[in-house]
Design a protein around this ligand. Structure first.
Ligand SMILES: C[S@@+](CC[C@H](N)C(=O)[O-])C[C@H]1O[C@@H](n2cnc3c(N)ncnc32)[C@H](O)[C@@H]1O
Length: 210
């Protein structure tokens, strides 16, 4: 195993997590991704940390040509299986590629939508990685980030590293010139604590147009 194999952003960590259950996520697209992309004209999309493909497949049904990238081969194989099951037209609009965001940057100005849902990295890594992802947005395109808001810490169990969590204001401040911020907020949603009681959670949501 490599030095960083047990870290939360390594293939080994995520492959083991995905193997622990037949499916880790619901299979549905994230509600924020659906809401924030609903009015966009479909083009080329990059779904970053696509997992089992819920968002990418939904985007494909909306007419997007989607590249789903993830560090986990296990997750990508599941995503490809769901795409095949969805039928030829959807499968033909999706591509699945194993990429480690710590070692790969997408080509600059090449996507009409770059969507980054729930990819939590230490800030010293996240800032340059997200800058590279934002740079992959073509002129006129959209950069969309959804993440667990820092205020969720203490409400539900999250990894005990506050540095992994960030606000939309912080993200907006990290964008270079040439962006129009469309959405910058902590969006509330109902959730359930593992002990069974209802809680109010918040998602960091940033949508910006280049
Ligand atoms: C919390 S899950 C989110 C999955 C999916 N986007 C969703 O919202 O359901 C984070 C995803 O990021 C992927 N990931 C973690 N570290 C990564 C890295 N270094 N490079 C690429 N993907 C990574 C994981 O394999 C996992 O699928």
């Amino acid at each position: 195993m490599s030095e960083r194999s047990s870290e939360r952003w390594s293939a080994e960590f995520w492959d083991e997590r995905y193997r622990s259950k037949p499916s880790l996520w619901s299979g549905n697209a994230n509600a924020v991704v659906m809401a924030e992309t609903a009015g966009l004209t479909p083009g080329r999309a990059l779904d970053v940390g696509c997992g089992e493909g819920g968002d990418a497949l939904w985007l494909a049904t909306q007419g997007w040509q989607v590249d789903g990238v993830d560090v986990s081969r296990v997750a990508l194989d599941r995503a490809a299986g769901h795409a095949a099951a969805a039928g030829g037209e959807i499968a033909s609009r999706t591509r699945w590629e194993q990429r480690d965001l710590l070692a790969w940057t997408p080509p600059a100005s090449s996507y009409d939508l770059v969507s980054v849902p729930f990819l939590h990295l230490p800030s010293a890594t996240r800032v340059p990685v997200y800058a590279g992802l934002a740079a992959a947005v073509a002129p006129g395109g959209t950069f969309l980030v959804v993440a667990h808001h820092p205020s969720d810490l203490g409400v539900v169990p999250r990894p005990p590293e506050p540095d992994l969590f960030f606000t939309a204001e912080e993200l907006a401040a990290e964008l270079d010139d040439g962006w129009r911020v469309v959405t910058r907020e902590a969006r509330s949603r109902p959730g359930t604590h593992p002990d069974g009681y209802e809680v109010l959670l918040h998602d960091t949501v940033l949508r910006a147009t280049r």
